[in-house]
Design a protein around this ligand. Sequence first.
Ligand SMILES: Cc1cc2nc3c(=O)[nH]c(=O)nc-3n(C[C@H](O)[C@H](O)[C@H](O)COP(=O)(O)O)c2cc1C
Length: 182
Amino acid sequence: MIKSKKKILALPGSTRNGSANEGILRTIAALSAGTADMHIYSGIRELPYFDPDQDKEEAPAVVATFRRAIEAADGIIICTPEYVFSLPGILKNALEWTVSTTLFQNKPVALIVAAASGEKALESLLLIMRTFSAKIIPETLLIRGASGKLDKNGKITDEKLLSEIKNLMAPLEEMMHTNKEA
Ligand SMILES: Cc1cc2nc3c(=O)[nH]c(=O)nc-3n(C[C@H](O)[C@H](O)[C@H](O)COP(=O)(O)O)c2cc1C
């Protein structure tokens, strides 16, 4: 049976030029092009600082766009560095704008942390996504020493990493196809 292409939204935790995390997401997008439509969200830096007072009624337009992108996706990939033993503020801020919603509930989610070490960021992401009741695929990926595994064009040069990425994508795609709410 031919499976329909599912929509994946990727949320990068780094906005840095030449980001390893962005390189990883681009690689995933290329690898999954035959089976999924993946969009790397570029609007994270446009989101205002989370403000509970602005979250009460109509959300700012950029926030509404961000929320619609999550809603429309069959699955989410979050790929982020660790900053000072936590999530980068820009990603944490974006996630804060979803707290008052149920957007992540039952949403298939794959988590990648590419950093120097990264354990704390992964721990934090897992806690946040469990709190949001997301369907987290068990194959989370912690990429230590990330910058040494890509060339200067953001292409992954590490074969082991490439196969780990493929091992992550297969269960995400499976979960998107079996997810009742997708
Ligand atoms: C402000 C700052 C703080 C950082 N803190 C940590 C940290 O606590 N733990 C860690 O593993 N790496 C830390 N790093 C290293 C980054 O995680 C690493 O350079 C990563 O590859 C950056 O991701 P990017 O290439 O996608 O921008 C830090 C980097 C910066 C710029």
